[in-house]
Design a protein around this ligand. Structure first.
Ligand SMILES: [Zn+2]
Length: 421
């Protein structure tokens, strides 16, 4: 099987920024709660190190023109790239053009790039749900927060129009860097000119992984950056061969649409009206009510995530055989973070230290059922086969990396405080 034939990506034209959400009183009230929680966690926020406290606390830092955060972010990135001996000219120009359209986040503690990504995906998810006649009575407002929980986290607030949902800060960044590693596990094959072709033959892939120290180093580095520094972009920067960009971005896109689609699922299915509120201490002891939902509802929300991701990626003119695996890869991705944290904390792998969602295997089985139902057993065979391969790749890279986390534990390295709850 080759990937080449599935690549039908049209060159993305610079999309207009998503429309500003209505800033009514209910919206502002929900955002105020979001800001308060984010402010509470600001000491360990990656933005703090980047721009300093004064800029963090200033609303001006997120002005559309000359945003301090975006400028500093690009500046810092370029320094790191130069240190790594990489050419930055073209990249810097591209980044500056990309951030020119970034909308202003409602919260001063929201990273503008995270906000832009989430706002765009949320728009797509809402359009898909509207198209399926699934009304969204109460809309979610998304924010990122160092929650140390690998899924979205709904916080109970009194609000007639909005839910407040936090996505673990760094999860999207991690998905992005991790997807690059997954893509590079597939060895390139000679294809026709201009065609991106990779081998998915098990022996080729295994040989490529075990003989590729550089790839395993990247894999280790991004996990340890997230788990120990608390920030995936603390990993050493590098630019993978451009041939991997398409596949890596398909994986990331699918994961992100699934995550946001899953949260929309909870909203439209009314799950957030019930649930058992669970007191959770935050930072230095402030308590919030987190909603913990039954597994049945989590699996129902997975179906909505599946639906949103399938349709969103289909709209990019891609074949599901290529992108379906991104959803299963997300579960394997979460498992890897959980294992690394668990080894550093306990010296062994313990399940479910970071989450109350159903175990990955159960969620994966659920997705397979939805896939078969959607496209038939025969139709789903190719997608299922690639998903198996991707999961096996992550597993193999993890097995080769695990001893390094054991060593770190022996040296007394602990996970970032964010993961200790
Ligand atoms: Zn959920």
């Amino acid at each position: 099987m080759v990937f080449g034939k599935f690549f039908r990506r049209s060159q993305p034209t610079s999309p207009p920024p998503p429309p500003e959400p209505p800033r009514d009183a209910d919206y502002l009230a929900a955002v105020a709660v979001m800001e308060a929680l984010q402010e509470h966690k600001r000491a360990s926020h990656p933005l703090m190190k980047l721009v300093g406290e004064e800029a963090m606390l200033s609303r001006e830092s997120f002005n559309r023109d000359g945003s301090i955060v975006l400028d500093k972010m690009i500046e810092e990135m370029m320094v790191k790239y130069k240190e790594a001996g990489l050419d930055t000219g073209e990249l810097e120009a591209r980044l500056r053009a990309e951030v020119a359209n970034v909308p202003k986040p409602p919260s001063r503690f929201e990273h503008p790039i995270n906000y832009a990504i989430i706002a765009k995906i949320a728009d797509t998810a809402e359009a898909i749900l509207r198209g399926k006649n699934m009304p969204i009575a109460k809309r979610p407002i998304f924010g990122t927060l160092q929650t140390g929980r690998l899924n979205g986290m709904a916080v109970r607030i009194k609000n007639d129009k909005y839910y407040l949902i936090f996505i673990e800060d760094g999860l999207f960044g991690f998905a992005n860097l991790f997807s690059k590693c997954i893509a590079q596990a597939f060895p390139p094959k000679d294809g026709r000119e201009g065609e991106t072709t990779f081998s998915t033959d098990d022996d080729d892939v295994t040989l490529n992984i075990v003989s590729n120290d550089e790839l395993l180093e990247r894999f280790f580095d991004v996990i340890q950056a997230y788990v120990v520094a608390g920030y995936p972009h603390a990993a050493r920067p590098y630019i993978p061969h451009p041939r991997y960009a398409g596949l890596a971005s398909i994986l990331t896109d699918t994961m992100e649409h699934f995550i946001i689609g899953h949260e929309y699922g909870h909203c439209v299915l009314g799950h957030l009206e019930g649930g058992s509120p669970q007191k959770a201490a935050f930072g230095d002891g402030q308590e919030v009510d987190l909603l913990s939902l039954p597994w049945k509802q989590e699996l129902e929300a997975d179906y909505m995530g599946f639906m949103v991701a399938m349709e969103a990626m289909d709209r990019q003119n891609l074949h599901f055989s290529l992108y379906y695996c991104g959803m299963e890869a997300l579960f394997a991705t979460m498992t890897v973070i959980e294992r690394a944290v668990s080894i550093l904390r306990f010296g062994e792998v313990r399940e479910q230290v970071l989450d109350s969602h159903p175990p990955s295997d159960i969620r994966r089985m659920g997705l397979r059922m939805h896939l078969e139902k959607a496209v038939g057993e025969e139709g789903s065979a190719g997608a299922a086969e690639l998903a198996n391969k991707v999961t096996a790749i992550i597993e193999m890279m993890w097995v080769l990396t695990e001893p390094r986390f054991q060593e770190m534990r022996e040296q007394g390295v602990q996970p970032h405080e964010n993961w200790l709850h």
